[in-house]
Design a binder for this molecule. Structure first.
Ligand code: SF4
Length: 213
């Protein structure tokens, strides 16, 4: 493709360009909503994103190096964010007994209470999704998962914990059926996970035979 998706002559004649431009608008909406919610609590958007992540992820993921990979930022930037949140009494560091330089980051009670509120910033985006028909929701989810998987393979986004990048995941030849070897069960589209606690990163060249349904 040699023409920009934002060139209106191109865009108005291309459903693909319209989809790309629509995704850009939605990402703008996320930024605006996150910014508005952050301001209410005198926090920055990245501080809010880190707090939401800390609230919902296990100890091994609540470390500076993991957060740096998760948010595509340097360890120094994440350390500064953590330092500011600590000064605001929203997180505390629990140092590891065998390595006093490493620590697990935990939200304080005050941090948890604020995170519970700010994490609702997506509700305006959720409203039209709630109103879709079930089949449209499933098609939309599958399409978005495929876009995210492609962006992960192309190394645009790094850390992923979705079924399609998981070593336990297998699909049928045409990708219409999905199976989790860990749970030992077929997954319906609604069961596919975008952020699974049991996710195990698939090795890039692992030759996995398709599951036979
Ligand atoms: S372990 Fe989780 S991410 Fe992996 S296939 Fe099973 S449900 Fe999906």
């Amino acid at each position: 493709m040699s023409t920009s998706d934002f060139d209106l002559k191109q865009q108005n004649n291309s459903i693909e360009s319209k989809i790309v431009a629509s995704l850009e608008r939605i990402s703008q909406a996320f930024r605006v909503l996150l910014w508005q919610e952050s301001k209410k609590f005198s926090l920055s958007p990245i501080q809010v994103q880190v707090m939401i992540f800390l609230l919902h992820h296990s100890e091994e993921k609540r470390k500076v190096s993991y957060l740096a990979d998760e948010f595509n930022m340097t360890k120094a930037t994440i350390s500064d964010t953590i330092k500011t949140l600590e000064q605001k009494n929203l997180i505390k560091k629990d140092y590891l007994l065998n390595d006093t330089r490493s620590y697990i980051i935990n939200l304080t009670k005050k941090g948890e209470a604020i995170t519970d509120k700010v994490s609702l910033f997506t509700k305006e985006i959720r409203t039209p999704i709630n109103n879709l028909h079930q089949e449209d929701k499933e098609n939309l989810l599958l399409s978005l998962l495929n876009i995210i998987r492609h962006l992960n393979k192309s190394e645009v986004i790094t850390v992923q914990r979705m079924c399609m990048s998981c070593a336990y995941y297998q699909s049928s030849d045409k990708g219409q059926k999905h199976f989790c070897k860990l749970l030992n069960q077929e997954l319906q589209v609604t069961d596919l996970r975008i952020d699974c606690p049991e996710h195990e990163m698939k090795k890039q060249n692992l030759n996995v035979n398709p599951y036979t349904f």
